[in-house]
Design a protein around this ligand. Structure first.
Ligand SMILES: Cc1cc2nc3c(=O)[nH]c(=O)nc-3n(C[C@H](O)[C@H](O)[C@H](O)COP(=O)(O)OP(=O)(O)OC[C@H]3O[C@@H](n4cnc5c(N)ncnc54)[C@H](O)[C@@H]3O)c2cc1C
Ligand code: SF4
Ligand code: SF4
Length: 419
């Protein structure tokens, strides 16, 4: 199988996820994230010619084209086990943030917000690199540095639109202070790739935390909500927004647009995510070999049986998976400090609450083969347990995934352009 050989090839073959790391690695004077709009995805724009050293650095670190996440005794410790669909793990729990307000306002159970605050207030890190709504343009999402409880609370909630949490990652390393990164699994894969590229990562990135991720939607999907709900200005009414929230304040909580006069335009999570308008998947998300954060210290997920909500709850629950001794110790300390209200659970629960992620991983070999046989480059996935995941299903499952991907490619879904 071929792999991309330049930043341009990464993007043009639909393998960019929009994480922003190439901007930080190349420097914003040479690569800057911009909008490909419509449909409204973040993609790199090349401002100045890239020398071979810079191209090599991008190819080695870009999580769109490189994942290498083995069970490593030196990193995962003697207790870690390996699950074919969900990766290295030490222990699992189910529960939520003990603080009822955090539990209510956050995306699922408030796990990441509660742990982020605990990391700061216990002095384990100086700051947290994650994302929040853009205060100037609330439908958009920007990278966000938290140093206080209030900062972390401002970033609570899932942002289901494009986000580039790593666009200032090297700048964070330059601060020379300990920090944590919270993001999507692919964002954390980018941080993990950076371990080989910059020795400061192992020294300064004390914790990596991710949530289970199915994909995110382009801006057009959020604009369509404005149109459906009769928001002032319709799909083009973004400038009239004072708030745009995808979920939270309940579990899952409504997707909410608010105009500058304070009028509210809500849609249920079920309508927004699973309704007739549907959600497009960027091509690379169909080739996601790590949807649950296998390279993290600790990952979390929604804990709905069957993988989706059947009713609205006041505060939700998370699954928690510790993957390294560091992540495991963080869990134990947060439980002892009364930050989390959890009960021990098991990896078997993940197959019930995250069935879609197991399915994606089990079909990954077939999807990669279909992409390669169609004549396109694929990401370089090493030590991602893809054969073991494939072995959990039969041949007809492989054939369905192969054919589905082949047909999608004939429709041109993997052809993209730089910003
Ligand atoms: C794009 C996306 C896809 C998702 N897909 C799934 C799925 O398939 N299955 C599932 O179980 N759950 C999915 N979720 C929801 C996810 O499980 C919950 O957000 C997670 O359980 C964390 O809940 P929490 O209450 O601990 O989060 P919170 O306490 O609300 O904290 C959320 C944290 O995530 C960060 N964050 C939010 N959005 C983004 C983003 N786009 N990029 C990087 N960082 C972000 C915030 O900065 C914050 O620190 C998705 C969320 C997102 C944003
Ligand atoms: S996935 Fe991230 S590092 Fe790779 S090209 Fe896209 S924005 Fe750049
Ligand atoms: S589905 Fe995978 S590749 Fe796509 S945004 Fe989520 S973690 Fe990244």
């Amino acid at each position: 199988m071929n792999h991309p050989t330049s930043l341009q090839e990464i993007v043009e073959n639909g393998l960019c996820l929009g994480c922003g790391l190439c901007q930080s690695v190349a420097g914003p004077e040479r690569v800057v994230m911009g909008w490909v709009d419509p449909p409204g995805y973040l993609r790199p724009r090349i401002l100045a010619p890239l020398d071979q050293g810079t191209q090599d650095a991008i190819l080695a670190t870009c999580p769109g084209v490189r994942l290498d996440e083995p069970l490593d005794p030196a990193r995962h410790g003697p207790e870690a086990k390996e699950d074919a669909a969900f990766g290295p793990w030490i222990r699992a729990w189910k529960g939520h943030a003990a603080d009822p307000e955090i539990n209510h306002m956050a995306s699922s159970g408030g796990a990441l917000t509660a742990l982020g605050i605990f990391l700061l207030e216990s002095g384990k890190v100086d700051f947290i690199c994650h994302v929040s709504a853009d205060p100037e343009a609330p439908m958009r999402t920007v990278s966000h540095v938290s140093t206080t409880r209030e900062d972390v609370l401002r970033a609570a909630g899932s942002r289901y639109g494009p986000a580039a949490p790593l666009d200032r990652f090297v700048e964070m390393l330059d601060r020379g202070r300990p920090f944590a990164v919270i993001g999507k699994p692919c964002d954390i894969s980018g941080v993990h790739n950076m371990r080989q590229h910059d020795p400061r990562v192992n020294e300064l990135v004390k914790y990596t935390l991710a949530f289970s991720c199915g994909t995110f939607a382009p801006l057009d999907t959020s604009r369509a909500l404005l149109e459906r709900k009769g928001f002032p200005g319709g799909a083009a009414g973004e400038e009239n927004l004072s708030l745009f929230r995808y979920r939270g304040y309940g579990c899952p909580g409504p997707t909410r647009a608010m105009d500058k006069q304070g009028n509210i335009y809500d849609e249920t999570y079920q309508e927004f995510c699973y309704g007739p308008a549907g959600w497009p998947h960027q091509f690379r998300c169909k080739l996601c070999a790590d949807p649950t954060g296998e390279a993290t210290d600790l990952s979390v997920a929604d804990a709905w049986e069957g993988g989706g909500p059947t009713e609205e709850e006041w505060g939700g629950e998370n699954m928690f998976i510790s993957r390294t001794p560091r992540g495991d110790a963080l869990m134990q300390e947060a439980i002892a400090a009364g930050v989390l209200d959890v009960a021990p659970d098991d990896m078997a629960t993940m197959y019930r609450v995250q069935p879609h992620q197991a399915v994606k991983k089990q079909g990954m070999n077939a999807r990669l083969a279909a992409t390669a046989e169609s004549g396109y480059p694929v990401p370089d996935f090493r030590n991602m347990r893809l054969d073991a995941a494939q072995a959990q299903r039969d041949e007809s499952f492989y054939d369905q995934n192969f054919e589905g991907t082949r047909v999608r490619i004939t429709r041109g879904v993997n052809r993209e352009r730089l910003a």
